[in-house]
Ligand binder design. Structure first.
Ligand SMILES: [Zn+2]
Length: 324
């Protein structure tokens, strides 16, 4: 009779009646992590839909400690990042799963592309040429952030402005996951895609968009990633204030942030007020409404939301809420 390993003894019964193993793995970026896996497979049945494998869609078969090929280690990063995102949404925003209804979505590591993508049903992480930056916490949070945006009222929509707000939502959730996980191998910051492996610098700088050639202030609507930058900076100002992002497009006074957790909660509550078409002006009103609802009778959080929008150059809108 085979001996049970200590790992097998640590298995816990899942809601679905299966077993779940806290499993040690080695990511390309996150170092040694413990991820939740069904026994021997890159599947997490406690977060239904979450699994990772090659482009065939079949989840990898693994043994503990999960290590080995870059594709398998990339999936360790993906499962870790997805589980941290799930937990952040639960713990900080009271959201049940990526779709708000208890479900996650599969991922593939795609050796045929260098880019990541969300195609509406699954996340893809390009590992061609072994550019390992593609599975960092912020980039995993970004792709699954598109899933969260799609599964809030109004959906993903179309057009550059709604697409830009989709990209900023993805970056806000990607940076948020870094802050939630607080992993010393991928420490929290306001950069997206900053770890080495692809190119020379970060893909995006949420606190200082000009560092990558993007605008810091709200202006004309254009290419979605560039247009997303002021709104992403709105979140940095809300969370971390002008100490993190000094520029005020309106010349106003310094802002003291309310912290990433409160900011994320307000942002997620605003997404539940989303509609199609969605735009920056509606987003301003939705975040003010969310801050007032979450924190009444306090107006402190509401005031920082308002100041942060003013600071990116998107002023007060007709019929927006006031506090008190
Ligand atoms: Zn994106």
């Amino acid at each position: 009779m085979p001996r049970l390993s200590s790992v097998a003894l640590a298995a816990v019964v899942t809601l679905a009646g299966g077993t779940l193993q806290p499993t040690v793995g080695f990511g390309l970026h996150n170092g040694r992590v413990t991820i939740d896996l069904d026994p021997g497979r890159m599947v997490d049945s406690t977060r239904p839909g979450l699994r990772c494998g090659g482009t065939s869609g079949v989840p990898f078969v693994v043994t503990e400690p999960v290590d080995g090929s870059p594709a398998v280690r990339a999936c360790v990063d993906v499962m870790y990042g997805a589980q941290q995102l799930w937990n952040m949404l639960r713990d900080w925003a009271g959201r049940n799963g990526f779709d708000g209804n208890g479900r996650a979505f599969p991922a593939v590591v795609d050796a045929s592309t260098v880019n990541n993508y969300w195609n509406g049903a699954r996340a893809g992480f390009g590992i061609a040429a072994l550019r390992p930056r593609t599975t960092t916490l912020d980039l995993v949070g970004h792709e699954y952030g598109h899933a969260v945006y799609q599964y809030t009222p109004g959906g993903a929509g179309s057009g550059n402005e709604m697409g830009a707000l989709n990209e900023s939502a993805a970056d806000i959730l990607g940076a948020g996951v870094e802050h939630y996980a607080n992993n010393p191998n991928n420490p929290p910051d306001w950069l997206i895609g900053e770890l080495p492996g692809l190119g020379t610098g970060p893909l995006r700088n949420l606190a200082n968009p000009a560092a990558v050639g993007f605008p810091a202030c709200h202006g004309p609507i254009g290419e979605v990633h560039a247009t997303s930058a002021p709104h992403s900076r709105w979140f940095v100002l809300l969370a971390d204030g002008t100490r993190a992002s000094p520029q005020r497009c309106d010349g106003g006074p310094p802002i003291t942030g309310i912290g990433v957790r409160k900011a994320l909660q307000i942002f997620m509550a605003s997404l539940t007020l989303k509609s199609n078409p969605w735009n920056h002006k509606k987003a301003r009103i939705a975040t003010l409404t969310a801050a007032k609802t979450l924190h009444a009778p306090s107006c402190a959080e509401f005031d920082v939301v308002r100041q942060s929008w003013n600071a990116i150059g998107l002023p007060a809108q007709p019929a927006e809420p006031t506090c008190p």
